[in-house]
Design a protein around this ligand. Structure first.
Ligand code: GLN
Length: 399
């Protein structure tokens, strides 16, 4: 086990296929996902899985009912490739009120197989191989392989130790060769929520350098201490140069449904739709109908969601501190990114030790860096209180 890494390609040495039939390909350039690998290890060792960010509690009843109704009503064939009309209309309404952005369901919204497909389809839609994409670091693991698959050249720009923006470093990162920037707020793994001021600074750089912002906002409703979500696409000059990615996975606790979406101006949307069509044809039709029902939940649903996660965040935070981890309360999303320098093991050794001896799975920090991260470990608190309490009890022996 190592952190997910983008590597130098090698010709495959797989024996069962003649060498001529299997030359090096993009698949040789990155490793499998460490986040998903940790889930398999957690299952193998009976460990509490605080590695992969998905809830172990049920999704809202309304969604289950709507999904069953859709299947029973035979909504079981392909939806329109870029998403059912009903769902795109509901997304447009929600995005207008919550994100302050106007996207026409017919020309600005594409329903995808989760935000994972949305990010890759967006990059494939805007990048010519060899063009540069700025990736703030640490970053969500997928963005490394995403740049490889789309042929982009990643230009990593480090966040400061407190995850704020070093303005000079960011100014230097933007150049004539920059095509796009990948943003993620609230952020996975750091929990950082970018303020309007910070996003305005980034927006100005995008406008000045004619750069497209691809912004992953799937934790937009999971915010703490009164913070407000700001979509960079709603800022001056950004409407036509931003692809905003949303998802149902985290907000409605349905990570296995694989329904997400992109919001972009008609030109970008037309490109994204072409890529999306040939990648997946479309997201699951009955679940799209259920996601439209999710968007009709009352406003109180979102308040309760944030309050629930606030409580869980505090349970895990206390447990980690008691076990000797150095960490801060996150501002948003559902991860705590800890410092393990005090434990005298690197992230990969420590993650293995934690699974095998304490019975708790977390994600090695190096998965979120192109280089470094060996003193970090990420835990998710998207779990039942009992699960978190059990993990904390198990980790106490580390202290
Ligand atoms: N976003 C979640 C995480 O970071 C789940 C990732 C995944 O496996 N799709 O853990």
């Amino acid at each position: 086990m190592t952190g997910t890494r983008v590597k130098t390609p090698k010709t495959s040495t797989t024996r069962s296929i003649p060498a001529r039939a299997l030359q090096a390909s993009r698949a040789d350039v990155f490793t499998e996902s460490v986040i998903r690998e940790m889930t398999r290890l957690a299952l193998k060792h009976g460990a509490v899985n605080l590695a992969q960010g998905f809830p172990d509690f049920p999704c809202p009843e309304e969604l289950k009912t709507a999904a069953c109704e859709a299947v029973n009503a035979d909504v079981n064939q392909y939806a329109i490739t870029w998403g059912s009309k009903e769902l795109r209309e509901e997304i447009a309404k929600r995005v207008k009120t919550y994100n302050g952005m106007d996207f026409h369901p017919e020309t600005g919204i594409t329903v995808t197989c989760g935000s994972t497909e949305a990010m890759l389809a967006s990059l494939l839609a805007v990048i010519s191989p060899g063009e540069e994409v700025i990736v703030p670091e640490p970053f969500y693991e997928n963005y490394g392989p995403d740049t490889v698959l789309s042929g982009a050249v990643p230009h990593y720009v480090s966040l400061a130790d407190d995850f704020s923006i070093n303005e000079e470093a960011w100014k230097n990162a933007f150049s004539r060769t920059t095509k796009a920037i990948i943003l993620n707020t609230p952020n996975n793994p750091t929990g950082k929520v970018f303020s309007k001021k910070e996003l305005s600074f980034i927006a100005d750089l995008c406008v000045d350098h004619n750069v497209i912002a691809i912004t992953d906002e799937i934790y937009e409703h999971i915010l703490y201490d009164g913070r407000k979500h700001v979509s960079i696409g709603s800022l001056d000059g950004m409407q036509d140069r931003t692809i905003t990615i949303g998802s149902f996975s985290k907000t409605y606790s349905v990570t296995g449904w694989r329904v997400g979406y992109t919001l972009a101006d008609p030109d970008l949307t037309a490109r994204i739709r072409k890529i999306h069509d040939f990648l997946t044809v479309g997201a699951p039709a009955p679940l799209q109908q259920a996601c439209a029902a999710a968007l009709r939940l009352p406003e109180s649903y979102y308040k309760e969601l944030a309050a629930e996660y606030d409580r869980k965040r505090k349970i895990l935070y206390k447990g980690l501190r008691d076990a000797g981890f150095a960490c801060e309360l996150p501002q948003g999303a559902y991860y705590i990114f800890t410092d393990i320098a005090g434990f005298e093991k690197n992230d990969v050794e420590f993650a293995r030790h934690l699974i095998e001896t304490a019975g708790v799975a977390a994600v090695p920090g190096s998965s979120f860096y192109h280089e470094g991260g060996e003193t970090k470990l990420r835990f998710t608190f998207s779990k039942r209180d009992e699960t978190l309490e059990e993990a904390c009890r198990r980790m106490k022996q580390l202290a």
